[in-house]
Design a protein around this ligand. Structure first.
Ligand SMILES: [Zn+2]
Length: 335
């Protein structure tokens, strides 16, 4: 953790990088001993269970060079401020829902934020009381959960929430230094016996392999004489944390099915997504990819897809695991 903290908070990193790049032709001692760090923030969308509640399971990661970390954090904070979402956790799936209460309020869009919040909470509280009185336990719990996860966004209309997410996706697209990796599994075509792994295990192994290939490719070019290293950062989830830590230890010893792992350090770090802006960005990436594959929604996807890792014009960072007739953007660019 100390290692990550030191790197992530090293505001002088961009100067170090500039210094390193400026002296690329020199062989200064400083330059040779300064490794480059890339942090890959990982999140999932959809359920890994078969059949589960979604047709696809997507595990996606966004890799950021640590010397650009501050830029990303600033960009995210500025957008959140613009929409009065400073303390909100971005969770695309909840932000982009229709909130029934808003459509029950007359002239909702012409109200001030404080009035919008007051009116929505009034309707929500009365609905909770009604369900509580009628002893509808599971419906009550479900509703309460939905209200909790959307409470930070009720001051924004659906159009404003959509605009916020589009602007975030535009920001990701503009981060030319970022790379997106991921595995998108169409569970209808997944056979656990043939794969000898579960859906989420296959997805994690693929993502790790693709991130490693990206680092290896940089390490093999003369333009990057300093060795590049990667670190995975996940949203904290006890079950996933244990599983991925064990898998990563195994990869360090035996490699994945596809590659040795010599550029990704440590086992994944698990952080609180509420406090980590770039994990929330990984959530948006995995969500946009899944919504494209399941519903052909392109607006967010195409912006995210622009940052997928490519080699010689071919997409190598993302894979859609499905039948070989698929004509989606990922499959077409992967062939
Ligand atoms: Zn496809």
């Amino acid at each position: 953790m100390t290692f990550l903290a030191v790197n992530l908070h090293a505001s002088g990193m961009s100067r170090l990088r500039l210094k390193a790049e400026a002296s690329a032709s020199s062989s200064s001692r400083f330059f040779r001993i300064c490794p480059l760090m890339y942090v890959c923030y990982v999140d999932e969308s959809g359920t890994p269970e078969i059949p589960g509640t979604t047709s696809h399971y997507v595990l996606a990661g966004i890799s950021i060079p640590v010397w650009h970390w501050k830029t990303c954090e600033r960009d995210i904070s500025a957008l959140k401020r613009k929409y009065t979402l400073q303390n909100a956790e971005i969770h695309a799936g909840w932000i982009l829902r229709k909130y029934r209460e808003q459509s029950q309020i007359q002239n909702f869009e012409s109200l001030q934020y404080s009035d919008r919040i007051y009116q929505v909470e009034k309707i929500r509280n009365s609905e909770l009381l009604r369900l509580q009185k009628n002893a509808k336990g599971s419906a009550f719990k479900q509703l309460k959960k939905g209200y909790r996860l959307t409470k930070d966004f009720i001051h924004l209309s659906l159009t404003e929430r959509q605009q916020f997410i589009v602007e975030l996706a535009q920001k990701i697209e503009s981060w030319g230094f970022a790379r997106i990796f991921g595995e998108c599994i169409d569970k209808l075509h997944f056979n656990p016996q043939i794969a000898a792994a579960t859906v989420d295990e296959q997805a994690f192994e693929q993502l790790v392999s693709r991130f490693q290939h990206y680092l290896s490719a940089m390490n093999s070019t003369e333009q990057h004489p300093n060795k590049s290293y990667g670190l995975l950062v996940h949203d904290n989830n006890e079950t996933v944390a244990k599983k991925h830590t064990v898998m990563m230890r195994r990869f360090h010893v035996k490699g994945t099915l596809w590659t040795d792992i010599d550029s990704i350090i440590e086992t994944p770090l698990f952080v609180n997504s509420e406090l980590t802006g770039l994990i929330q960005i990984a959530d948006l990436c995995s969500y946009a990819i899944r919504r494209y594959l399941e519903n052909k929604e392109e607006e967010l996807f195409l912006r995210i897809f622009a940052r997928a890792d490519r080699r010689d014009g071919r997409v190598v960072g993302l894979r859609h695991f499905t039948d070989n007739t698929c004509q989606c953007h990922i499959c077409k660019s992967h062939r």
